[in-house]
Unconditional design. Structure first.
Length: 364
């Protein structure tokens, strides 16, 4: 993990802000990381992956998250795709697709639609089967990493149930339209994906399809939540480091900023946020590796707590740096924009609260 951290630190260097401003990650960086299996490091060794456990993968995700939220977002998409294939694909599909995700190819996962955001049961994208082919039609939105993806996993209705369809980016009928002006994670390749009567062989249905829609969504989102949560830990670490450095070196009223108690409070809150988020993620990763009974609640808790603290912590860091941190090109300004999105994706904070309340009430 340390070696992988050094590799990604070297690959990113001091370029994350340039990528953010340009709205694009360099393809060679993505390819190198994908070839090394580092965009989805939990893919098991039997498929050619690094086979890391959730804790090691999480610490690495935090490292990437501290450097570049857009790159971490692409990692989240790749890991979510890999986990969905591993859990829902049949052995032939896993053997065909997973090695591609550790040898250079990238993937994205598409659930959301214009009228189906938090409420994914409202999705209308549908797949029908006719003889030896399937036909997929619908419009997905806000698909992270779609601009870079070699293939997409598209969640769709299949009669009264659901299915995940493996869609090559270049298949006839697929259009990927970049979202040019996201608030944050600007280089993560977010896109609208239009699917107009996309015809594919039946073996592009993961596990044959006809699975319950909630199962499909929950499977992919579980990995996504873990990855986002650890990414938020990384953002908190980057913000804490910047705030500590600035509060220790900048002087106002004849002493370092950190000696003023109201500034020290921001630093204390940032440190506490980083510690709380780390502990919640470590617990969730231990539950993930042990396949514990309360895994679902632990994952939602980690995502909820980490996203809340990342958004609050990034705001506190900007406050400590003040004018020094309020320009594009500064790590805390980027984190401020990126962190807000973490409260929206992979189940918004409100949806997490509802799930956590449901968990607590079910124990009555
Ligand atoms: P809405 O569902 O319209 O919600 C609006 C607000 O109302 C939110 O605050 C929400 O929490 C609240 N709300 C809604 N329902 C309730 C309720 N019952 N109780 C209380 N509050 C409620 N989608 C993909 O499929 N793949 C991706 O890779 C992907 N990446 C994304 C990356 C980014 C940067 C963003 C912004 C979005 C991404 N999405 C992706 C879409 C994302 O999953 C949705 O934006 C998210 O589910 C929220 O849906 P919505 O934006 O339509 O908000």
């Amino acid at each position: 993990v340390a070696l992988a951290g050094a590799t990604v630190t070297e690959l990113v260097g001091d370029r994350a802000d340039d990528w953010d401003l340009a709205g694009e990650l360099p393809r060679d960086v993505l390819r190198k990381l994908a070839e090394a299996g580092l965009l989805a490091a939990q893919i098991p060794a039997r498929y050619g992956g690094p086979g890391w456990n959730s804790t090691d993968s999480g610490e690495f995700t935090a490292e990437v998250g501290s450097l570049c939220g857009s790159l971490r977002s692409v990692m989240t998409a790749q890991g979510m795709a890999a986990w969905t294939i591993e859990r829902l694909g049949d052995p032939a599909q896993a053997t065909r697709l997973l090695p591609r995700l550790v040898s250079g190819d990238t993937a994205a996962v598409a659930f959301s639609e214009e009228q189906a955001g938090s409420d994914l049961s409202a999705m209308t994208t549908s797949v029908t089967v006719d003889g030896s082919a399937l036909t997929l039609t619908g419009r997905k939105t806000w698909v992270t990493a779609a601009c870079y993806a070699d293939f997409l996993l598209v969640v769709a209705r299949m009669g009264a149930e659901g299915a995940v369809v493996v869609v090559p980016r270049t298949a006839p009928g697929v259009q990927v339209h970049r979202i040019g002006d996201p608030l944050g994670c600007r280089a993560a390749g977010h896109a609208h994906v239009w699917l107009d009567e996309v015809r594919l062989p039946l073996d592009h249905l993961l596990g044959g399809g006809r699975q319950p829609l909630p199962l499909l969504v929950t499977t992919a989102l579980a990995y996504g939540r873990m990855s986002v949560a650890w990414g938020c830990v990384g953002m908190l670490r980057a913000c804490l480091a910047a705030a500590v450095e600035h509060a220790g070196s900048r002087r106002q009223f004849g002493r370092p900023l950190g000696d003023h108690q109201l500034v020290a409070r921001h630093v204390a809150d940032l440190w506490a946020g980083e510690q709380i988020a780390t502990r919640a993620c470590e617990h969730a990763s231990r539950c993930w590796d042990a396949d514990a009974d309360d895994l679902g609640a632990a994952v939602v808790l980690a995502k909820y707590v980490s996203a809340q603290h990342a958004a609050a912590g990034a705001a506190a860091a900007v406050q400590v740096l003040a004018s020094a941190g309020t320009r594009d090109g500064h790590v805390v300004a980027r984190a401020y924009r990126d962190a807000k999105l973490m409260e929206i994706i992979e189940g918004s904070s409100e949806m997490c609260q509802l799930m956590l309340a449901g968990h607590a009430l079910s124990r009555r």
